[in-house]
Design a protein around this ligand. Structure first.
Ligand code: A2P
Length: 282
């Protein structure tokens, strides 16, 4: 597995296994164990996915040394604010059953964001978290929060795929060497994307499937991807992308597919109201 360097000099595996929408108490355990068997060494979960305990159990039962696995989790909005965030971090450590988390993100950019960020910064000083980052942060929201941060985020995890390329956001993130991480890297199974003509032709040329072409393109863009699959064959295939290289023209051809839009707009106030109302515990 190839890695990227982050702005704090730490390394992150370029492709991770995403666990959004996989239920706890079995399905996440099975999926993560299968992903680790398939060769993944980077697992992305979140308090808000409510499956951290299955992730932790699968990692333990895999028999792979903790130090070889990169774990990302995220703090949910309900636990924002300095005091709540300190408790939220402890809860993630307990559910994952680990003594440190490699990367911890603020999941959504609302509420007492900077209070929570301060707690994350302290957890880095205390060795409980190795790197901290942000998620779903647009240029507007970045401008709102950035001056209150002492430690710069290492990543911004956002929707990213050939149809949603976040070009403006990338320019701003690049100024701070904040790397993008892609959720919905395969467009969440969007057929228009997976059956796109340009991508299909490249799949034929390189004897790969459409998902592998997209994930290779994301890798060559310097973006970390978090593909999700419950199909063991595709799971394995999605990390088998390091034995070929897209040419500059092929990269450009995929760049031309950008629509400038995604399925989720964090600047939309109705999203803020909806997400602030989602509770994950009493
Ligand atoms: P499945 O679980 O049957 O493999 P995203 O990661 O963008 O959210 O996309 C996940 C969706 O894409 C799932 O529906 C998954 O289905 C499907 N998928 C995962 N890998 C591939 C692939 N290589 N080719 C086509 N579809 C894929």
């Amino acid at each position: 597995m190839k890695s990227f360097e982050l702005n704090n000099k730490q390394l992150i595996p370029a492709v991770g296994f995403g666990t959004f929408l996989i239920p706890n108490n079995g399905p996440t355990y099975d999926a993560v164990l299968a992903a680790l068997k398939a060769g993944y060494r980077h697992i992305d979960t979140a308090a808000g996915y409510m499956n951290e305990s299955d992730v932790g159990k699968a990692i333990k039962d895999s028999g792979i040394d903790r130090s070889e696995i990169y774990i990302t989790s995220k703090l949910w909005l309900q636990d924002y604010g300095y005091e709540n965030a300190k408790k939220g971090i402890e809860t993630s450590l307990r559910l994952l059953d680990v003594d440190y988390i490699d990367l911890y993100l603020l999941h959504q950019p609302y509420g007492d964001y900077l209070g929570a960020w301060k707690a994350l910064e302290e957890a880095v000083q205390e060795g409980k978290i190795r790197s901290i980052g942000i998620s779903n942060v647009t240029v507007n929201l970045w401008n709102k929060f950035k001056d209150g941060m002492t430690i710069m985020p290492v990543v911004n995890q956002v929707e990213f795929n050939p149809f949603t390329q976040q070009k403006e956001l990338r320019k701003v993130m690049d100024e701070h060497q904040i790397r993008l991480e892609a959720w919905y890297p395969l467009g969440h199974g969007n057929k228009d994307l997976l059956e796109n003509e340009i991508i299909s032709q490249l799949a034929q040329k390189y004897h790969k499937n459409a998902g592998q072409i997209i994930l290779r393109w994301i890798y060559q863009e310097g973006v970390i991807s978090l593909p999700k699959s419950t199909n063991p064959k595709r799971m394995k295939g999605n990390i088998d992308i390091f034995d070929f290289e897209l040419t500059e023209d092929e990269m450009k051809a995929i760049q031309s597919l950008d629509t400038g839009k995604g399925t989720h707009n964090p600047d939309d106030l109705s999203n803020e109201t909806r997400l602030m109302g989602l509770k994950i515990h009493d």
